[in-house]
Design a protein around this ligand. Sequence first.
Ligand SMILES: [Zn+2]
Length: 501
Amino acid sequence: MRILTAAIVTETNTFSPQPTDWEQFQACGLCWREGDYIEETAFTAPVLLIKRLGERDGHEVVLGPSAYADPAGPTRRGVYESLREEILRRIETDGPFDAVLLTLHGAMVAEGYEDCEGDLLHKVRERVGATAFVGAMLDPHCHLTAAMVSAADAITIMKEYPHTDGEQRLRELYRICLRVLAGEIRPAAALIDCGLVGVWPTSHEPIRSLVDRISLRETHEPIVSIGFAHGFPWGDVPEAGARVLVLTNEALDVAESTAVAIADEIWSLRDFARIETVSVSEALSEVAVSRQGPVVLADIADNPGGGAPGDSTFILREALNRGLRDIAISLVHDPQSVDQCFDAGLGAPANLRIGGKHGRVSGEPLEVRATIRGLSERHSQQSPAEGPRIPLGRSAWVEIDGVHVILTHSRYQAVSPDVFSGLGLDPAALRAVIVKSTNHFRARFSAIADRILSVDTPGALSLDFANLPYQRRARNVWPRCDSRPEQTVVLRQLQPRRFIL
Ligand SMILES: [Zn+2]
């Protein structure tokens, strides 16, 4: 068997004014062809995993491009089209292929394309024909569109948020591919819209048990796979929001009844589709009286993982104003200050203008005299899941009167305590650590946290979903609307591609 595998992964915050260009893809180590896969990082791991699995089983695996970009605004049209055309070109020049296995995000928007993954999967299907297997693994923060589902034989979606099960879901996709091509299963799928927008941290009850119940359903024949797409609230596209995809072996009725049952459960849990927050003032007051550290504060509105700039100064300014000591913040995206630190050298003082460089949502830059405590040309952090590390590039640790700031060239959320310890700062010894992240940090910071507080900072990622200024998304969804939309089944499909709805 011959397999082509590739990855195009970025999550588009359509409200962000900062376009996603080549620069953001290059920052994550863009690979075009086999010879570019020099290092296994969190960004190259999915494509390399498919290669290992396929070769272990005696198949030939061809590596297409692997392109990751930190979330920001819509991708430049030419960038998306170049990446797509490279995959299509490889099908033409290196084919024929029996299977095309893609790692995608599912919430990528480009100029002129509201549903990049749906467009890509359809074009791949056109090239490989009806008999080849086309499959994708998606992030749960995807817009799971009818176009994607109708073009693919199977789509698997990570179940965990923090995303700790990417490898499992990719292995699952590979196994389904082998079974379909062996004629063991004939995919029949149902896709349903749950009629709501929210965030679903699977680290918390009752969402934890919901995911466990979904996993249990998957063990019952004829169900093959169940995907719960949480949706990405900051992507204003027509099909944004929570959706459920159930894949069965030939049993369309079971696919539909199972999808309806899970959608009912999700609807009944909608009040938990959010994150409880405290104000900046309340959070820092808690820190001031804390005697057993560290309190972990999540600066959720400035999470680069959702497309925020990652350089807001609101919470840092308030901490300095209050004279708090033994606290640290990470990661502040500020290449300019990092370069100044390298110029000044380790141990030297430096006058810096920290953060606040992306306009109103970031606040004002902080003008400080800092001491440079740590420098690294190749800083990195562990990912929420086991596996290769996330490269962060050139980074610096600076101290301002007992307040520690990790500055970096990479615009990435802080997900592991080694964003601090990798530069020499022990976060466990501090009174508080502030992380620019919504929920991914919990997978690794829970081990050192005395308490975790999500802080309602100003910033780019508003959690007020009822009032997000949607133009493309229908507005009759929860929480704006508390009644459930009537027709929720989006697609029923039996392979070969025979559409029922
Ligand atoms: Zn995600």
